[in-house]
Design a protein around this ligand. Structure first.
Ligand SMILES: [Zn+2]
Length: 298
C-alpha cells in the first residue's frame, strides 16, 4: 500500500499492455500513435480519435475505486483461500459494501474458466439449495424426493475435472441437464470417471466411462472421482466458513471462483495476484456488473 497512485497506474499499465512492455495502444484499432494529456490519465488515438484510460475496455471500466484500491482488493481476494465476503472486503478497503460486492463479483467473473478438457476427466454433481424446512410432527412431513414437494430452487453444480489439468464447474437444475455441456467441454477420446448416478449412463455412448459405486468403495477398478469431490469440499468450506449461503443466481460464479482457487493452489500468492490482475484486464467490460453500483437493487 506504499504505492502512489502513479506507481499503481504504471503497474496496471505494465500488466495490461505486457506484450508491448507496458506501452499503451488503441483498444479499438491497435494503433500505437497516441496523444497524451498533461492533466488527465488519458490517451487519444491519432488514427481513430478514440479516447481511453488504462481501464477502458476492461472489467474495471467505469470504476468507482482508484487503481491502487483495485490492486489492493485483488491482493486481499487472492490471499483468502476460502474466499472473502463482500462485508469483510468493504471493511478491509474502507469502502461501501456495495462497491466491495460489485468488485468481488467482477473478480469472480474474471476467474471463470473457458475451453475444453481432455485425458482423464472426473465428472460429479453436488446439489445445493432448495431446502424445505421439515415439519415438526413426523406425520406432517412430506417426501422431498418428489419434485412437487421441492422449492424449485434446488440446483446442481456439475464439475468436470481434468487430472493434472483444469476444473470446469457449471450449474444446472439436474445432472441430466448437464450432458450437452459435458459433451461440448470434454474432448472426444477422453476417459470419464463418474459415480453410480444414472444420469451418467448415457456418457458410455460417447466416452470410455469408468464408474465407481460409492456405496461399495471410493476407488474401484481404476475408477475414482476423488478430485471432483475435493473441489466440492472446497466449495462447501467456502460456504460454511465465508459466505454462509451460496445458492441462487450466483452459485455458478462462486463455483468458478473455487475452481480457480483449486487449480492455482500450488501457485504462490504473488503469482496468483498477477494472474488475476491479468485475467481481469483481459476479460473485457463486464456486461453484468458495469454501472451496477449506480443502480438501486432490491
Ligand atoms: Zn484507434
Amino acid at each position: 500500500m506504499a504505492m502512489s497512485d502513479k506507481q499503481a497506474a504504471e503497474a496496471f499499465q505494465a500488466i495490461r499492455w505486457h506484450e508491448t512492455d507496458g506501452k499503451p495502444y488503441c483498444p479499438r484499432c491497435r494503433c500505437a500513435a497516441l496523444y497524451t494529456y498533461t492533466t488527465r490519465a488519458l490517451w487519444k488515438c491519432k488514427a481513430c480519435e478514440h479516447q481511453f484510460s488504462v481501464t477502458s475496455g476492461t472489467i474495471f471500466a467505469s470504476r468507482k475505486l482508484d487503481i491502487r484500491m483495485i490492486l489492493l482488493a485483488i491482493a486481499l481476494f487472492v490471499n483468502a483461500a476460502k474466499g472473502i465476503s463482500a462485508l469483510q472486503l468493504s471493511r478491509d478497503l474502507g469502502v461501501h459494501y456495495r462497491t466491495a460486492y460489485v468488485m468481488s463479483h467482477k473478480l469472480r467473473e474474471a476467474m471463470q474458466a473457458e475451453g475444453q478438457l481432455s485425458g482423464e476427466v472426473e465428472v460429479d454433481g453436488m446439489y445445493c439449495g432448495g431446502h424445505v424446512k421439515p415439519e415438526n410432527r413426523k406425520e406432517d412431513r412430506i417426501d422431498r424426493r418428489l419434485s412437487e414437494n421441492r422449492t424449485g430452487k434446488r440446483q446442481v453444480v456439475v464439475v468436470m475435472r481434468e487430472r493434472g489439468g483444469r476444473t470446469l464447474p457449471f450449474v444446472f437444475r439436474s445432472e441430466d441437464e448437464s450432458l450437452p455441456t459435458i459433451q461440448s467441454r470434454v474432448a472426444p477420446g477422453s476417459v470419464i470417471h463418474a459415480d453410480e448416478s444414472p444420469a451418467w449412463d448415457s456418457l458410455h455412448a460417447r466416452y470410455l466411462t469408468k464408474r465407481i459405486n460409492h456405496k461399495r468403495a471410493y476407488s474401484e477398478n481404476g475408477a475414482c472421482t476423488n478430485q471432483a469431490e475435493s473441489f466440492f469440499s472446497r466449495l462447501r468450506r467456502a460456504e460454511v466458513g465465508t459466505h454462509h449461503h451460496i445458492a441462487g443466481p450466483y452459485l455458478g460464479l462462486y463455483a468458478g471462483e473455487m475452481a480457480w482457487r483449486e487449480d492455482n493452489r500450488r501457485v504462490s500468492n504473488g503469482e496468483q495476484y498477477l494472474k488475476l490482475v491479468g485475467a481481469a484486464l483481459a476479460s473485457g467490460v463486464s456486461r453484468q456488473w458495469k454501472g451496477y453500483g449506480r443502480r438501486r437493487v432490491g
